[in-house]
Design a protein around this ligand. Structure first.
Ligand SMILES: NS(=O)(=O)c1c(F)c(F)c(S(=O)(=O)CCO)c(N[C@H]2CCCc3ccccc32)c1F
Ligand SMILES: [Zn+2]
Length: 263
């Protein structure tokens, strides 16, 4: 579709001009505010299948101009939801080298350094993500908040190849690794709400699960993520850094925001 950006004339305040859902209901991300939450004891721990991929398997790491994305094996899935959701890709949202605040979801208005999204589609009902992406029960995304702290070995399986996809549309094959190591230890504590893609076309098709506990990456790792990539392609004379690729929080309206834990 048409070029969209996070800032400027094609920036997020203008998305709805070409992508009407972006101005519609059930939009993501949102601020996860304590006084909005409802504890739901029926929310079971998230169970993932086959996230521990073999290094003999290869995945595609790419710069799509909006994020760094890693294709995932279709053997990976979430098995604890009403339907089975099969993994499609993971990607990140981050701030900038000078401002390590680029998560999409915020917790009581606190913005984290970055956020990881693992995108899955409802494979009980749809043959692939393209047919699922605009259906109300089409997608389930796992959101992981990222803060700067201890070095994260799992994150380095991606970062050590990032200088080979500096420019838009560059891709590289990388050895698979244990994707479970990118998730927090506890998968039983999370926020849950009905939302949308956080990029155009902003379809309201996402069952959001945002884990309560962040993962950490080192300051050096964060800087590598935030300072290496360009949103422009290699041929473009003017290089545009890929940073601050996060959407602002959206109105919750009358949506229920559930928590699997008591504060
Ligand atoms: N934050 S978010 O809402 O999870 C989110 C992004 F932020 C994001 F940038 C992407 S993108 O990298 O594909 C670039 C823009 O579509 C996606 N893609 C999803 C939905 C669109 C179709 C599709 C097809 C195959 C695999 C993944 C996806 C996305 F879901
Ligand atoms: Zn995302």
């Amino acid at each position: 579709g048409a070029k969209w950006t996070y800032d400027g004339p094609q920036g997020q305040d203008h998305w709805s001009q070409h992508y009407p859902y972006c101005g519609g209901a059930l939009q993501s991300p949102i601020d996860l505010k304590s006084d909005l939450l409802r504890f739901d004891p029926t929310l079971r721990p998230i169970e993932v299948q086959n996230y521990n991929l073999s290094p003999n398997e290869q995945l595609t790491l790419g710069n799509n101009g909006h994020s760094v994305q890693l294709s995932l094996s279709p053997t990976m899935s979430i098995s604890s939801l009403r339907n089975r959701y099969t993994a499609a890709q993971l990607h990140f949202h981050w701030g900038s080298p000078s401002r390590p605040a680029g998560s999409e979801h915020t917790v009581n208005s606190k913005q984290y350094a970055a956020e990881l999204h693992v995108v899955h589609y409802n494979s009980d009902k749809y043959p692939n993500i393209s047919t699922a992406v605009d259906k109300s029960d089409g997608l389930a995304v796992l959101g992981v908040l990222v803060e700067v702290g201890m070095f994260n070995p799992a994150f380095d399986h991606i970062l050590k190849f990032i200088n080979r996809i500096m420019y838009r549309d560059q891709k590289v094959k990388v050895p698979a690794f244990n994707i479970r190591a990118l998730l927090p230890t506890r998968l039983d504590e999370y926020y849950r709400y009905d939302g949308s893609l956080t990029t155009p076309p902003c379809y309201p098709s996402v069952l959001w699960t945002v884990f309560r506990n962040p993962i950490t990456v080192s300051r050096q790792q964060f800087l590598t993520l935030a300072a290496t990539l360009y949103s422009s392609n290699a041929q473009d004379s003017a290089s545009m850094s890929l940073s601050n690729n996060y959407r602002k929080t959206q109105p919750v309206d009358n949506r229920l925001v559930l928590a699997s834990f008591k504060e």
